[in-house]
Design a protein around this ligand. Sequence first.
Ligand SMILES: C[S@@+](CC[C@H](N)C(=O)[O-])C[C@H]1O[C@@H](n2cnc3c(N)ncnc32)[C@H](O)[C@@H]1O
Length: 251
Amino acid sequence: MADAADTALYDQIGTGYSLGRRTDPRWMAAILDALGTARVIANVGAGTGSYEPGDRRLLALEPSTKMIRQRPHDASPAVRALAESLPLRDHAVDVALAVLTVHHWTNWRAGLAELRRIAPRQVVLAYDTHRHTEFWLVREYIPEIADVELTRPSADDIANELAADSVTPLPLPWDFTDSVLPAHWRRPAAYLDPQVRRTCSALAQADPDAVERGVRRLTRDLHSGRWHARHQDLLKLDQWDAGFRLIVSRS
Ligand SMILES: C[S@@+](CC[C@H](N)C(=O)[O-])C[C@H]1O[C@@H](n2cnc3c(N)ncnc32)[C@H](O)[C@@H]1O
């Protein structure tokens, strides 16, 4: 059973998660490719089940009841559990999947050791925390987010710990549908919407005064045309590498 203190963040910010954090089909395709022919999968830190294939046996493991309650009615079964202590026997499943969750784990190395214990193969989607701090929203408007980001394990740390076989960049298309922090890199007005900010943990965890100050500055720059003048190069791109990496390991 998950400890209540560890689930606190998503029990607070998880409301409305399934509305803003919608499965992006391009990332889904990359994850399916990485899962290959695996028939039995454990999805650790499964949340609302955004990247779960519907055609395999899958067990979702997730500490937050608020997240579990938002899983679709036809989703695979979910059990409350922390990555650091998974209620599964050794090599119980073919693949341990962990999508955008390792950076939340209290003891991420212990959680990765659990992934290796329960499965001979691990598929982890994580991100380069340094690259996130270079994202314009962080660098120019809410630099306080860097304080949160730089305490989190980066994709390289995770790949090293897992002795990864492959690390594949997953760029963000301009019309990405899953509202991760840099999802709206080419649609800056999205960050003016409080619901968008609520479903992203780095924004939800940052000092609210700092976020408000940054959003006020961004509003001014969008009205004056300053943001567009400064980011003309981004406006020409269809996709951008925000640092997301798909890590595959066979232990
Ligand atoms: C950003 S959400 C990602 C959810 C889902 N994997 C997805 O891609 O939509 C992060 C999830 O990690 C979960 N989480 C936080 N700490 C955890 C831990 N120690 N062990 C397992 N999951 C954890 C949260 O409750 C939340 O559901």
